[in-house]
Ligand binder design. Structure first.
Ligand code: ATP
Ligand code: MG
Length: 350
């Protein structure tokens, strides 16, 4: 029987409540589809930072480098600034394990009300692929002439051929498994050096995939179309900054961030990929067992798909849809069920 070794990082806050539900459903899938999961938990978190001054130990990444995947809950803790969890945990994992594709399915599910008028399940079903290692988030630059009238801050965007091509390729490959359409987010009128380069690489990649339909939009009008015409989009590929914005806008169009999943993927599988819900640690609801575990569970389905268990992944998504349609539901979806009741219902639906 195939065995997958998973590093789990519950993190902070509701990460501790939703992680056990994710594991419960994945265990149920493993029993049904005939594979084994072994879990190896790490206490890396803002809570750990609070105690020890470090989000994770010095050799932390070496400890999990040989695992098959990383399953993360959420990190964030009142009083610990966001950049600590970002630069102390999430960015080191993404960069060291070369997780260059940040992937978020955005899908309107049954039983969930979209803030967009008249949208039904099936109308919104896209995959946002964000470049995750370079681009606008480069950290190259600095302040000049500080304290003088000529003071200025300069930050470079860096787009490499390798970095752009590999994320574009991931998007085209993903489209081939979906509805065969890729939309590129760009802004080559205003950002006149790097974005035309992105467009050029996009055109070259498109030529290699004659079966895939392509479209390009400037980021501003693309954001408007997300709201007005979300049914136009299948795979949407974007740079680090544009992808960051679209991957918050997308889940907002489908009703609730509590069910949205995400993956940080190293497609070549040279390193473990990381799977985590879109939502944060939600300190406002932590400790009440009302957190919706679906974002965590759906992220687990993405993990199984990446590990080579697509049938198990599809069965989990179907079980999520069944439970969203019929309940039980947590209070964020106007139900009264607990985190554990929803997790158990999805495991049972499997
Ligand atoms: P962070 O800085 O960790 O991202 P945040 O406050 O920016 O935290 P979230 O933690 O995602 O963002 O919370 C945003 C809102 O959504 C909060 O009101 C929270 O209670 C709610 N929320 C987030 N996740 C869930 C969930 N799984 N179930 C129910 N409500 C949730
Ligand atoms: Mg946040």
């Amino acid at each position: 029987m195939k065995t997958y070794r998973i590093a789990t990082i519950p993190g902070d806050g509701i990460g501790h409540e939703v992680m056990p539900e994710g594991m419960r459903v994945l265990e149920a899938a493993a029993r049904r589809f005939g594979f084994t999961l072994t879990w190896d938990e790490r206490d890396w978190s803002c809570e750990r930072f609070h105690r020890t001054g470090q989000m994770m130990p010095e050799n932390g990444l070496d400890e999990i480098a040989g695992h098959d995947a990383i399953y993360l809950g959420a990190v964030g803790y009142p009083g610990v600034p966001d950049h600590v969890s970002l630069w102390g945990l999430l960015i080191p994992i993404r960069r060291n394990f070369d997780q260059y594709a940040n992937v978020r399915p955005v899908r309107l599910m049954p039983g969930v009300r979209s803030p967009l008028a008249d949208r039904k399940p099936g109308d919104i079903d896209m995959l946002i692929v964000r470049e995750n290692t370079e681009g606008e988030y480069s950290a190259v630059g600095g302040r000049e002439n500080v304290g003088t009238p000529e003071e200025r801050a300069v930050q470079q965007s860096i787009f490499t051929r390798k970095g752009v091509d590999r994320v574009l390729r991931y998007a085209f490959e993903a489209a081939g498994k979906r509805r065969s359409s890729v939309t590129s987010a760009t802004k080559s009128n205003g950002i006149a050096i790097t974005m035309p380069y992105w467009d050029e690489r996009f055109a070259e990649m498109a030529a290699q995939y004659p079966g895939i339909t392509t479209a390009q939009f400037h980021i501003d009008i693309l954001a408007a179309h997300f709201v007005r015409n979300p049914q136009w989009f299948d795979v949407v590929v974007a740079s680090n900054l544009f992808g960051d914005i679209l991957s918050d806008l997308g889940p907002a169009c489908t009703g609730t961030i509590a069910i949205a999943p995400s993956a940080n993927i190293n497609p070549e599988r040279l390193h473990p990929s990381m799977f985590e819900p879109v939502h944060g640690s939600a300190p406002d609801i932590f400790g009440r067992n009302i957190a919706n575990p679906i974002g965590q569970i759906w992220s687990g389905a993405m993990m199984l798909e990446h590990l080579g268990e697509p049938d198990a992944a599809a069965a989990i998504v179907a079980a999520i849809e069944a439970v969203l349609a019929e309940g039980p539901r947590t209070p964020d979806l106007h139900g009264s069920a607990s985190t554990q009741e929803v997790g158990a219902a999805i495991a049972a639906a499997l």
